[in-house]
Design a protein around this ligand. Structure first.
Ligand code: HEM
Length: 394
């Protein structure tokens, strides 16, 4: 059966430049595809959206007895998840008044301008290393209160953690898991130490706010602080880089859409939503049912690994008109790029502000730029998918 090996084929590095035909194959096989390793792959929009909202689906690895330490709230179920998420999202504010994040717009524009200053005609630029990576790193460091110069340190930890968190079918590579655990402990220790330095002497950053929380019912334990800060630092910089780079690549591949955006810059917010649908930075998320359940007539047993292919749901023709077309004027666009349900990304407003600034500033430079390598080399990760480099000649 084709679907038996689909997850292995999707996660195979050779599929990284274009996994979309495999997602089409997945959807054609039906909403639920059981894999030979006992996991289930879900690729249709409505089933993914329903499962993201289903309280029977757990994200906590302890549901299956996998680990003993308490994970970050991305991998906690309610009510534990709700308490930590509420605390962590305070500076991000509700979607229409993004609080502290909103006040960073000026700073984001300034950082973007500084990065673009080196973009001179005739130069060769790597969009990832010279632009799309430094911007979100600088922003999340500022927000958390992490010294920007420590980037080489946390980049290595982040690489190890992201590798361990990837979707790896039939995999028992304990080495990757061990390296991930080690990195999580070191990075957590580093961040707790930074927070401790601000006890009683707070700055306007999140680590200061966590460590100086006046309400004892809201105060984080040391373990919670470590896990939360690690999650924010990683989520804040491993995703937005892909959104900006995928945007630049899509525009370079589709000069007529680039032209449209140059003529009508007001379309940029819609174009960014369309990128989150068409080339989302997060391709898959895993859930575990607490009890046996039935999905589209197929029985999924308790504790099975259920992989929700968000990127496939985004290309589902049952939900989106001409889903394989990048259409920056698309209006009906409730994509799964930021997930949905109780774990929906609260970094969305920040990621959008960064993407508007970065892509808005980049677009005027792209018209005369040449893509050096297409497809570009991709990062190893299948879940957090994006180019490792994107070289262009200005
Ligand atoms: C383009 C950029 C981004 C994309 C595509 C993205 C995508 C996502 C997705 C799909 C989820 C849901 C995960 C799940 O349901 O299992 C998520 C959760 C999350 N994101 Fe983002 N994200 C982005 C940027 C950010 C930024 C800038 C931050 C800020 C620090 C952030 C922080 C988080 C956190 C903390 C969660 C966990 C929420 C929870 O479990 O309640 N993300 N993100």
């Amino acid at each position: 059966m084709e679907s038996e090996t689909l997850l292995a084929r999707i996660t195979d590095y050779a599929s990284r430049p274009d996994p979309y035909p495999l997602y089409a194959e997945l959807r054609e096989a039906g909403p639920v595809a059981q894999q030979t390793d006992g996991s289930y792959l879900i690729g249709t929009y409505h089933e993914i959206a329903a499962l993201l909202h289903d309280p029977r689906m757990s994200v906590d690895p302890r549901t299956r007895g996998d680990v003993t330490h308490k994970p970050p709230f991305l991998r906690l179920d309610d009510p534990e998840h709700h308490r930590l998420r509420t605390l962590a999202m305070r500076p991000f504010g509700p979607p229409h008044s993004p609080g502290r994040v909103d006040s960073m717009r000026g700073e984001i524009d300034r950082i973007t301008g500084e990065l673009l200053a080196s973009f001179e005609a005739g130069r060769r630029i790597d969009i990832v290393d010279d632009f799309a990576y430094p911007l979100p790193v600088t922003v999340i460091c500022r927000l958390l209160g992490v010294p920007r110069e420590d980037e080489p340190l946390f980049r290595a930890w982040s690489d190890a953690l992201v590798a361990a968190a990837d979707v790896r079918p039939d995999d028992d590579s304990t080495e990757t898991d061990k390296a991930g655990d080690q990195a999580r402990m070191e990075m957590g220790g580093y961040l707790v130490n930074l927070a401790e330095q601000r006890r009683g002497d707070p700055g306007d950053d999140m680590l200061s706010a966590f460590i100086n929380e006046p309400d004892p019912t809201l105060r984080l334990t040391q373990e919670e602080l470590a896990e939360t800060a690690v999650l924010l630092l990683i989520a804040g910089h491993e995703t937005t880089v892909n959104l900006i780079t995928n945007g630049a690549l899509t525009f370079l591949r589709q000069p007529e859409q680039l032209d449209l955006l140059r003529r009508e810059p007001d379309l940029l917010p819609r174009a960014v939503e369309e990128l989150l649908r068409y080339e989302p930075p997060v391709h898959m998320r895993e859930r575990v049912p607490r009890a046996d359940m039935d999905v589209a007539g197929i029985k999924i047993p308790q504790h099975a690994s259920v992989i929700l292919a968000l990127a496939s749901g985004n290309r589902d023709p049952m939900r989106f008109h001409e889903p394989d077309r990048f259409d920056p004027t698309r209006v009906d666009n409730q994509h799964l790029g930021f997930g949905s349900g109780i774990h929906v990304c609260f970094g969305g407003p920040l990621a959008r502000v960064e993407a508007y600034a970065a892509l808005g500033a980049l677009i005027p430079h792209l018209g005369s730029a040449r893509l050096i390598e297409d497809p570009p080399p991709y990062r190893q990760n299948a879940m957090l998918r994006g180019p490792r480099h994107l070289s262009i000649q200005l």
